[in-house]
Write a protein that binds this ligand. Structure first.
Ligand SMILES: Cc1cc2nc3c(=O)[nH]c(=O)nc-3n(C[C@H](O)[C@H](O)[C@H](O)COP(=O)(O)OP(=O)(O)OC[C@H]3O[C@@H](n4cnc5c(N)ncnc54)[C@H](O)[C@@H]3O)c2cc1C
Length: 466
């Protein structure tokens, strides 16, 4: 039997966990896998708190159901029964201090049905007329990348961008729409424009958003796990062979020695590897490999910081409730919070009967200081903003503030090309070393899982094990 190969996976977030698990599944003893995590727990940004009967997510709360890899991973580790779709209801956008219902039939803010859009109070008649120009304005061929803002403003006008698309996208990327890359986030929209000459027409042709009868519920789009997303982390960890996971093991740097890599740990020890999966954020990767100039562009890739506060109340504390699942805030509004999820309605399993769980988010790209405010200050400003549309008369029974520093990688214009250049150089200079995770090809949990799985494929090919 040929000698066992050694693979080190660096970073124990969902990407690294998936990679370690799939490698062990695929390699049947031919590969020795070590998963190295700097912190004392696995899961990275996935973190669940259970308190007084509440299930509270500090990071992600769910994943898109139509991207199948996350549901598949949950099934493979025995959590099929725990998968839960979101409770649906009206969602809102806060513009000029007022909540407006999200026009039904909009897809990422792009209208696919005319009536709800025409009757929406979100836009002026001029704004609506400008958006309708998408139907006649010819497609523009652009060589290379462009910003999401430029693209959507050209197709649908400023109002639809400011009052609808921007708040929705900011909720996902926590970045400036005028800097984020179209190619790295929604290349599909560019393809629709090129093929159909119009985003509205393209989406109407290709996306089936079922028309609902009055009073009929919206279909669920997201899934979570009833015990919290951390149950996925724990279940994957439990599948790993004993001795695979090394917590509190921070990688300091990596050196290539011929065909072997020396993974140098902060505690002074060295692990040898035939291949390495780098499932840590881009800035951590750059620090592990400072001797390679081609990774310098990662220094310029920003990641914004965000914070969120989960607040638990008795239902009686909310005097003016709103029927729905939450709202996002437009940037031209003077609110400090960027969004609020009515978690008890979106995820009823998370909250005991008779209680309310609200989760507010802060940290606009232009308001990064707020992330460092004290817990009390964040609670206070969240309640102040909430009380402009709701009527909450009491302090929360408890609140949990979570700060995520440099956590939201910004895929700025040119991101994809920059990444491809880095990976080309990596193939030449560091064969057998592969990048995966939220900094690179998609930040959603299913995207991260896809990247962990793709990295495994690359390792197996590199080792001629496929
Ligand atoms: C507040 C918030 C809400 C979100 N909501 C959603 C959501 O609802 N749905 C969704 O799909 N996505 C959501 N996301 C995005 C998603 O959570 C992340 O993109 C994803 O979890 C990233 O996983 P990862 O494994 O690539 O990275 P991470 O989770 O960041 O894991 C990387 C790991 O690498 C470790 N590491 C770093 N440096 C080293 C080193 N030198 N040595 C060893 N280990 C190291 C870190 O400690 C960390 O554990 C959200 C993100 C945030 C911050």
């Amino acid at each position: 039997m040929s000698q066992q190969k050694r693979v080190v996976v660096i970073g124990g977030g969902i990407t690294g966990l998936t990679a370690a698990y799939r490698l062990q599944q695929a390699s049947s003893q031919q590969i020795d896998v070590q998963l190295m995590e700097a912190g004392d727990r696995l899961g990275g940004k996935i973190q669940t708190v259970r308190k007084d009967g509440f299930t509270i997510e500090r990071g992600p709360d769910s994943f898109l159901a139509r991207k199948e890899s996350a549901g598949r991973l949950a099934q493979d580790v025995g959590l099929e029964d725990q998968l839960t779709p979101n409770g649906t209801g009206q969602s809102y956008i806060l513009v000029n201090g007022k909540l407006h219902a999200m026009p039904s039939g909009s897809y990422m803010g792009i209208p696919t049905r005319i009536r709800p859009f025409l009757f929406s109070g979100l836009f002026s008649p001029l704004g609506k007329a400008r958006a309708a120009m998408d139907l006649v304005k010819p497609a523009r061929k652009v060589d290379g990348d462009q910003s999401l803002g430029l693209f959507f403003r050209r197709r649908l006008g400023n109002q639809v961008v400011e009052n609808l698309i921007e708040p929705l996208l900011s909720g996902i990327y926590a970045g400036s729409i005028d800097k984020l890359s179209l190619q790295a986030t929604f290349p599909h929209f560019y393809e629709l424009e090129q093929k159909y000459g119009s985003l509205i027409k393209g989406l109407r042709q290709t996306t089936s958003i079922p028309k609902r009868k009055k009073g009929e519920k919206k279909p669920s789009m997201f899934l979570t796990l009833e015990g919290g997303l951390e149950t996925l982390v724990d279940a994957v960890e439990n599948q790993l062979e004993e001795g695979t996971v090394l917590k509190q093991t921070k990688v300091d740097h990596i050196e290539r020695k011929g065909d072997i890599y020396h993974v140098m740990l902060s505690n002074g020890t060295v692990a040898e590897a035939d291949a390495v999966i780098l499932a840590a954020p881009h800035f951590a990767v750059q620090r592990m490999l400072t001797q390679y100039e081609f990774l310098e562009p990662f220094k310029e890739t920003n990641a914004t910081s965000v914070a969120n506060v989960a607040m638990a109340f008795d239902a009686s504390a909310v005097k003016k409730d709103i029927d729905g699942t939450g709202f996002v805030v437009s940037r031209n509004s003077d609110f400090r919070i960027t969004a609020c999820t009515w978690t008890h309605k979106k995820w009823p399993h998370s909250t005991p009967d008779g209680k309310v769980l609200l989760r507010c988010y802060v940290g606009k790209p232009t308001d990064q200081d707020v992330v460092n405010y004290s817990d009390d200050e964040i609670v206070e400003l969240a309640l102040k903003d909430l009380n402009r549309t709701m009527n909450i008369t009491e302090k929360p029974e408890f609140s949990i503030v979570t700060r995520w520093h440099d956590a939201m990688p910004q895929y700025q214009v040119g991101h994809k090309e920059k990444l491809e250049n880095v990976e080309d150089k990596m193939r030449e200079t560091l064969p057998g070393v592969f990048l995966a995770g939220g900094s690179y090809r998609g930040i959603g949990l299913p995207d991260c899982i896809d990247q962990g799985e793709a990295a495994v494929e690359k390792v197996l090919r590199y080792m001629n094990l496929t």
